[in-house]
Design a protein around this ligand. Structure first.
Ligand code: CA
Length: 414
């Protein structure tokens, strides 16, 4: 039995970016997510050109190997188209796009992938990432130089090692043919989802929401709840045994869903002041960038630079903590010396005693100590003086304290 199913595609500009540079496509057999890059004009053009070109391969294939070949050919054709577009519109130089594409053929899927958009499979309630990111940080993870946890917060995590664009005439494209079966749910998404919504949260939405459309909308909402600093695009493909999808019209979302507009064809847009005023503290994330490292030495140099930056940051913190600790210690010494300029008269073991310091304690720390004990017994004092001594009598100086003791001696009951 041929396996077909329901699918959905949703794309959102996010909460920070001014335009949507993602494109998505959910057709009869073909499903695509593309995440464009290259400034205000270039990114949306790049992903739209790629998705429109790749959408031409949405048809029934006799074998998954045929579909895999068709996908690879379409991605390379899109790459050439991007280079031609840059040739005609030099202001688009440097534009590029990721592509993660999947074609269903019976009970198998062909996948073609370049960049850091992702394909996931939910099967038997387990969500697994099918594609590998072509990013600088993933390369560091693969070579054991950093952990996946460090990669998630790495300052260079948006640097792409491979994309379609005007950089490379024959970019390296990952392709694969995988089995699929009824009950499988495939997710294609841009990093606007996977960088901001955890795998656990994705798993919850995908495993609990039956409708592909509702699940896709929930994932986009999860990204918006995280602030959605980036465009976010989600395509979901459900594989089941019914065969009613062949009549569903293809859905295109994101920049591929609107007519292509080149920057030099339109009047330059005004500054978006209201948006700046509404989000004065929200900085847009760094734009995705693409670079080709010449050698591993270059990677090593970059890693060492990152390590040096980390060491500088730590040394700065330690210096800050030491200075604050020194200031607190200094304040304590000055405060303690201040208290020791004071005296008072009180009682200890039933005798009138001169104390140095102040009566108050600082938590467990006593701020006074016995300066001199006298031979004068409390019981030998009249009631008023006895109670005064018990409550302590302040003295301005040691001489003042001695004077108070002399006064008490003079009223002693014989
Ligand atoms: Ca992105």
């Amino acid at each position: 039995m041929s396996t077909t199913g329901k699918s959905a595609a949703v794309s959102h500009v996010g909460k920070v970016r001014s335009n949507n540079q993602d494109s998505g496509y959910a057709g009869q057999y073909l499903f695509v997510v593309a995440d464009g890059m290259g400034g205000h004009a270039g990114g949306d053009v790049a992903s739209a050109i790629a998705v429109k070109r790749i959408a031409e391969t949405d048809r029934l294939y006799s074998s998954p190997r045929d579909a895999e070949f068709a996908l690879r050919t379409a991605l390379l054709a899109a790459n050439s188209l991007l280079a031609e577009t840059v040739f005609e519109h030099s202001e688009l130089t440097g534009m590029g796009t990721t592509v993660s594409a999947m074609v269903r053929v019976e009970n198998q899927v062909a996948i073609a992938h370049i960049g850091d958009s992702r394909v996931y499979l939910l099967r038997d309630n387990v969500l697994s990432q099918v594609t590998a990111d072509h990013t600088f940080v993933q390369r560091l993870v693969d070579s054991g130089r950093i952990t996946a946890e460090e990669a998630a917060v790495h300052p260079r995590r948006s640097v792409l090692m491979r994309v379609l664009g005007d950089v490379d005439a024959s970019p390296e494209i990952d392709t694969a043919v995988l089995d699929t079966r009824p009950g499988d749910r495939w997710l294609l998404c841009s990093d606007g989802l996977s960088s901001y919504v955890s795998d656990d949260k994705m798993h919850v939405a995908l495993s609990t929401i039956r409708s592909a459309q509702s699940a896709a909308e929930k994932l986009v909402k999860d990204s918006l709840d995280q602030g959605a600093p980036d465009n976010v695009t989600v395509v979901i493909v459900d594989v089941d045994e019914s065969d009613d999808s062949s009549h569903i019209p293809p859905i295109t979302v994101g920049s591929a869903a609107v007519p292509l507009v080149f920057e030099n064809d339109v009047v330059r847009r005004p500054l978006r002041l209201p948006s700046l005023l509404l989000h004065p503290l929200k900085a847009a994330p760094p734009e995705d960038s693409h670079f080709e490292p010449e050698s591993d030495d270059y990677l090593t140099a970059l890693i060492q630079e990152d390590r040096r930056r980390e060491i500088r940051r730590r040394v700065g913190w330690i210096a800050f903590v030491v200075i604050v600790a020194a200031l607190i210690a200094g304040a304590c010494v000055i405060g303690y010396e201040f208290t020791q300029r004071h005296y008072f008269v009180g009682a200890e073991n039933g005798r009138v005693t001169i104390y140095q310091g102040v009566q108050q304690d600082l938590g467990p720390i006593s701020l006074s100590h016995v300066y001199r004990s006298t031979t004068l017994q409390l019981d030998d004092l009249p009631t008023y003086q006895r109670e005064s001594v018990k409550a302590t009598i302040n003295a301005d100086s040691i001489a003042d304290a001695e004077r108070i003791v002399d006064q008490l001696l003079s009223v002693r009951i014989p």
